[in-house]
Structure formats: C-alpha cells, structure tokens
Ligand binder design. Structure first.
Ligand code: 5GP
Length: 254
C-alpha cells in the first residue's frame, strides 16, 4: 500500500487524500470524546459499525434525493467521499427534549416537542461550539441565506425520512447533528450532506423501553456502550458478517 496524505484528523475520523482529484477517504476510528474533549475513551468496534451505519443511512437518503458526499464504502473502516468545503455550522434537529436542550431550558428529558426544533452551532473547539442564530451565520459569512435555506430544507427531509426509518426498527430518533458542505461541479455549487450519520451524532432510544442506544451511554457512563452500537447495526440489518467479533477491522495505513 502506498502512503496516503493525511488531510485532516478529527476526534472520531481521519480524512486522507482520495484516489482521484475531488475525492477523500474517510477513516472511522474507535476513539470517542465528549464534552469538547474533556472525556476521552475508546469504543471497540465503533469505527467499523459507524462506517456501515453511515453508509447505509447516506445511501438511503441519496435514494430519496438528498445529496450527500458519500460515494462508496471501501473496507471495514473506510469510505470514499467527495471532497467538499465544509460549512462551519452544526445543524441540530430535535424531536424530543434531551441533552443540552433539557439542561438549558429545564425541560425533562423525554418530553416530546410540539414541533421539530432546529438549532445551529458554530464549529469551534476553542469556543466550545457556541449556539448561534441565522443572523450570526449570515452576518459573519459562514453561510449565505440561500445556503441556510438549503440546509434547513435538507435537515427537515432527513429528519422526516430517518424518523420513519428508525421507527420501523423500534427506535425513536430523539435528535441528531448534521454537517453540510459545498460541492463544486462545473462552476455550479450545491449544498450536500457531509460528515457521518451514526449513533455518535444521533440520539436513538428504544421505542418501548426508552433505553439509550447511542453515544450518551459513553457520555453518561451507562455501560454496554459497544452493545448499543451493535444493536443499532443489528436492527438496521447491517452487522458485519463475522458478528461483533469481526468489528476490530484493519489497522490504519499511515
Ligand atoms: P446536545 O446539544 O443535546 O448535546 O446534542 C444534540 C444532538 O446533536 C445529539 O444527538 C448529539 O449527539 C449531537 N451533537 C451535538 N454536537 C455534537 C458534536 O460536536 N459531535 C457529535 N458527534 N455530535 C454532536
């Protein structure tokens, strides 16, 4: 294997130069962080499972016309994606009160929201991802009004589709975080879904028991973290063939 150029290393993923111009290889790590890096750990097999889960969800979304950066899965821990210019805004969609919304407004976790709520956060580790308004986003030039319109419309479609998909496998989509990027093709720019969709950035609760099957198990020291990610993959019908013992995957090539 040739050495690949590392473009960017985040908390849970590494981006390498892709085989063709305009492509990147997205490598999924087992590393987990929470509370802006204050809590660190490893969730064994998470990278393999998130690679599969994100592949599955991005593919389904692409089938209903949601543009994404995903091209194809390459192996256990890597997928080929289109290189996009990441918009430095995290879009959070909430259906049920949990996490920072519950803390901020004193709304008990699990309270259904009268309608889906969209929030924006500025991606900045130094500033601890502050919540921002549309005014901040356009005034500071992080995204224009049309970009924002596209991001909101896509986020709501993703929410509608994924809420139904997860409900079908007995999971409540409580909330999730999306990232978007600008994709340039022949002078034309489109906003596409980027990053990943997995239990790292979605809250998923069992419909009957409200058991948490997402990264909150790690954040809140609830135990059985690996099992939660496996359970989501199992319900989606995409657990790696060798079962949970197959999830360590190949070592990264550096
Ligand atoms: P909260 O604001 O309640 O902490 O998070 C809302 C939702 O967005 C949760 O599903 C959470 O997983 C996701 N989320 C928010 N910020 C981040 C982030 O910086 N990284 C990841 N992986 N997920 C995030």
């Amino acid at each position: 294997m040739t050495r690949r150029r590392r473009i960017y290393e985040g908390k849970a993923k590494v981006l390498f130069e892709g085989p063709e111009p305009g492509t990147l290889v997205q490598y999924f790590k087992d590393d987990a962080t929470a509370f802006n890096n204050q809590k660190k750990g490893v969730i064994t097999g998470k990278g393999v499972l998130n690679n599969r889960i994100s592949e599955y969800l991005m593919s389904r979304l692409s089938e209903i016309g949601v543009p994404t950066h995903f091209m194809r899965r390459l192996n256990m821990r890597e997928q080929l994606v289109r290189e996009v210019e990441i918009i430095p805004i995290e879009v959070v969609v909430r259906n049920v009160a949990a996490g920072s919304l519950s803390r901020r407004f004193g709304i008990p976790e699990g309270t259904p929201l009268p309608r889906s709520i969209i929030e924006y956060y500025y991606k900045s580790d130094e500033l601890n991802d502050p919540m921002v308004s549309e005014e901040h986003i356009t005034a500071f030039g992080w995204a224009g009004p049309q970009d924002l319109d596209d991001m909101v419309a896509l986020s709501l479609r993703v929410n509608d589709y994924l809420s139904g998909l997860f409900l079908g496998i007995g999971l409540k989509l409580v909330d999730f975080k999306l990232e978007f990027g600008r994709l340039w093709e022949n002078e034309e720019m489109r906003i596409v879904l980027a990053d990943e969709i997995s239990p790292d950035n979605c809250r998923l609760w069992d419909v009957k028991t409200n058991e948490k099957l997402d990264k909150d198990r790690f954040r809140q020291d609830l135990g059985r973290v690996e099992e939660a990610y496996q359970e989501v993959a199992r319900r989606l019908g995409i657990l790696p063939e060798g079962g949970p013992s197959d999830v360590k995957g190949p070592k990264t090539i550096q």
